[in-house]
Write a protein that binds this ligand. Structure first.
Ligand code: HEC
Ligand code: HEC
Ligand code: HEC
Length: 406
């Protein structure tokens, strides 16, 4: 029923859609813009979709996202198809000035011309919104756009996606989406000091906004080694698998983007992530159960956590995530884990699965030593093994979160 309504609404929304060809182009462009999650960055909180004005924090200062609606004065209404394709492919504005890579053009460069044209056509069907965005927010010397010349020379080569003939069509479709429009590596790949992805650490996990975007290679310690293709599809579609729930920045990616993508594309992404190969740190040896931090941690777990996550860490299917074998629990960097315990979390609600259970915030009940102990315990129980966590790490994150207003 829902899809019928959506179909009618689409027809009502776009101009000149009575023609079948135009309708197909419009739907294709819209689907591609969804896969690229343009709306997430190009919409201010409470603002009109695609009208820009969101401040993205970077290590160099805040960068404001521009207005992508076809308004002539304040949006991209005067841009030609070639202008748009150049921005996506080369990271340059129509006058040749450089765009900052907070706009993920190092990924979008891989998108075919046919696909960027379809996105352009879709953006032209949006209602023009007049919204002036101040683009000059970076401090000197980063305010000088020509400084990007050097950055591009070092870290960026424009180039379309090249399929690997030795791989299946499905793998290549997944590669095209992950490496291009999906820009998954923008969050999941570590950055160097210049804010560029470290190519040799592709998808091996990276801290963002006091969370960790975990390793999503097929590594069995820190990555998706224990996930099936179907687990990954379910996660990208519903924000949850039998044992994991999205609750941080990935929750927004799922709500805006992947939950709206066709199942065949999600499967292609999963096949690509599983078959690309594994890379991660060697598996550590678990701490002994008699280690003092483990003993304290176990007592806190039994008291505070086991009612929901079960004494043996198995959780309850589709309700309370499984902690045994859970990649978030085992990541080298415990930021996401400590964050969840300090602030609590609410899982994704998607159309397919509207219920969303919550993890209570325990930051007020447990002190830094207690959180360090319980986290160390769950990282080293039920087959898990990961480095111990010190109270200092908890204290630092608690401080950062409270100054960020959480
Ligand atoms: C991760 C955030 C992010 C996402 C996702 C994103 N953009 Fe952007 N985009 C930016 C930022 C930031 C800028 C401004 C960069 C600058 O000022 O140099 C920008 C600039 C642009 C520009 C240049 C406009 C101008 O006036 O200079 C275009 C065109 C654009 N984006 C299109 C898109 C499209 C199409 C998508 C989806 C396929 C998309 N963006 C997704 C962050 C994003
Ligand atoms: C805006 C940053 C961002 C982008 C873009 C992003 N992710 Fe994530 N992802 C995260 C974070 C952070 C987590 C940790 C869980 C959370 O936030 O709920 C995560 C978790 C995941 C997980 C679960 C891993 C685990 O072990 O629990 C998978 C699978 C995943 N992402 C796949 C993808 C794919 C595929 C893409 C591209 C289509 C993508 N992500 C794009 C930030 C991002
Ligand atoms: C009232 C039930 C409840 C209690 C008590 C509870 N949790 Fe949770 N926990 C949840 C729910 C529900 C989620 C999923 C929420 C989400 O991810 O958005 C969750 C998520 C988590 C996650 C993230 C797992 C993942 O894959 O995203 C971890 C880790 C975790 N809890 C650890 C703990 C620890 C450690 C304790 C005790 C200190 C604890 N929880 C107490 C209900 C509970």
């Amino acid at each position: 029923m829902r899809s019928v309504i959506a179909f009618v609404a689409l027809i009502a929304a776009g101009p000149a859609l009575a023609e079948q060809d135009n309708y197909i182009d419009f739907a294709r462009g819209k689907a591609l813009a969804t896969a690229g999650d343009c709306i997430a960055c190009h919409t201010a909180p409470g603002g009109r979709p695609f009208a820009g004005g969101l401040a993205l924090q970077t290590p160099f200062g805040a960068i404001m996202t521009p207005n992508l609606t076809p308004d002539e004065a304040t949006g991209i209404g005067r841009w030609s198809k070639d202008n748009f394709a150049r921005a996506m492919h080369e990271g340059r504005r129509p006058d040749g000035t450089y765009l900052y890579p907070a706009f993920p053009y190092p990924y979008y460069t891989k998108v075919t011309r046919q696909d960027t044209d379809a996105i352009y056509d879709y953006l032209r069907t949006l209602t023009p919104v007049s919204n002036v965005v101040n683009r000059r927010t970076l401090p000197f010397p980063f305010s000088i756009r020509t400084s990007m010349l050097g950055w591009n020379a070092l870290f960026f080569t424009p180039g379309y996606f090249a399929a690997d003939p030795g791989r299946s069509e499905e793998f290549n479709r997944g590669a095209y989406l992950v490496e291009g429009l999906g820009h998954c590596g923008a969050c999941h790949t570590p950055l160097n000091v210049f804010g560029a992805n470290k190519a040799d650490q592709y998808l091996k996990g990276n801290p963002i906004d006091n969370w960790i975007a975990p390793n999503i290679t097929n590594d069995s310690q820190a990555g998706l080694g224990n996930w099936s293709v179907d687990d990954i599809v379910q996660y990208l579609k519903n924000g949850q698998t039998r044992s994991s729930l999205a609750s941080g920045p990935m929750k927004d990616v799922i709500e805006n983007s992947t939950s709206k993508m066709p199942d065949a594309d999600l499967k292609a992404i999963a096949v690509y992530l599983k078959e690309r190969g594994a890379s991660g740190p060697p598996a550590p040896v678990p701490l002994s159960t008699s280690d003092p931090q483990m003993v304290v941690g176990q007592a806190i777990f039994t008291d505070t956590c086991a009612a929901c996550h079960a004494t043996n860490g198995t959780g309850v299917e589709r309700l309370f995530p499984r902690l045994a074998g859970n990649a978030i629990v085992k990541q080298d960097d415990p930021s996401s884990l400590v964050h969840i315990i300090l602030t609590g979390a609410r899982a994704t609600g998607t159309e397919a699965r509207p219920t969303s259970p919550a993890m209570p915030s325990l930051g007020y009940r447990l002190n830094d030593n207690q959180i360090a102990a319980v986290v160390t315990y769950i990282r080293n129980s039920w087959g898990n093994a990961a480095p111990r966590v010190d109270a200092d790490v908890v204290r630092t994150l608690r401080g950062r979160l409270s100054s960020a207003g959480n």
